[in-house]
Design a protein around this ligand. Structure first.
Ligand code: PMT
Length: 237
């Protein structure tokens, strides 16, 4: 396990995965149901094709696939810093993590005592890591986000595609039983500017390999200089 970017052959890909944990006190936190399986399967999908993968992950019980650079984080703020540090060296960034949108404003330094019948938590917005990629981070590579929706899958995903200036949003309906959070399977809608694709539902392993190929093709279409192609015939002036 190493922290840093392994400069091997192929394309450099950053993947975020897993949940974040937002501390309430030294023993409690707010989190979500993400297992990390989708993001780790993607990391394996890219890495098995000979590409260089940096996985930035919240806490999971999964083993990090061999040959993948790994930065473990806990909170949304830590994930933001890790991504900010690495993303400009990347060709592709894929955001599969389920990042907390809110975090406690004043985490307690001591274990919160059981006192009154109710307790009120004040939460503040976390920074949008995917939404910072194009602007604050200055990322110019292929940008892929996920959308975890429970209604209006396509419309909400398309709003994220535009709002976060992505090249592709991978949308999943996390209200459907048997897919999404903590399942071994997933069913996704690929939302591009101007069109959609709906690959068949599959195991996260098989789907991730399909997605890795799809994203690499998208990257190649966007970033290959036609003069690098030996069959390229320049148009005469
Ligand atoms: O981990 P698994 O159990 O395998 O489950 C997989 C999954 C359901 C977590 C995955 O398929 C998925 O949908 N990941 C995105 C979850 C999510 O938080 O979606 P969102 O619609 O709330 O966020 C939209 C995008 O913004 C995501 O790419 C997210 O990573 C990113 N984001 C969100 C908030 C934030 N503060 N920073 C972000 O980067």
């Amino acid at each position: 396990m190493s922290a840093g970017c392994n400069q091997t052959r192929g394309v450099r890909i950053l993947i975020t995965a897993g949940p974040t944990r937002e501390p309430l006190d030294p023993v409690r936190f707010l989190t979500n149901r993400s297992s990390g399986k989708m993001g780790y399967a993607l990391a394996h999908g890219f890495q098995s094709g000979g590409h260089s993968v940096l996985l930035v992950s919240g806490p999971t019980v999964l083993d990090v696939p061999d040959g993948i650079d790994f930065i473990p984080v806990e909170t949304a703020a830590e994930m933001y810093e890790a991504v900010n540090h690495a993303i400009r060296r990347m060709d592709i960034a894929v955001f599969a993590a389920a990042v907390a949108d809110y975090t406690p404003r004043h985490p307690s330094g001591q274990k919160i005592k059981k006192t009154g019948e109710t307790i009120t938590l004040e939460l503040v917005r976390t920074r949008d890591i995917l939404g910072s990629a194009r602007g604050d981070f200055g990322f110019t590579g292929t940008l892929v986000g996920f959308a975890a929706e429970t209604e209006q899958l396509e419309a909400n995903a398309r709003a994220k595609l535009l709002g976060k200036r992505c090249d592709l949003i991978i949308a999943n309906d996390v209200s459907k039983p048997g897919i999404g959070f903590d399942s071994d399977h997933n069913e996704v809608l690929l939302v591009y500017p101007g069109y959609n694709e709906a690959p068949p539902a599959a195991s996260k392993h098989d789907l991730a390999h399909h997605l890795a190929r799809t994203i690499l093709n998208l990257h190649q279409r966007q970033h290959t200089n036609p003069t690098d192609d030996p069959s390229f015939q320049p148009t005469p002036p």
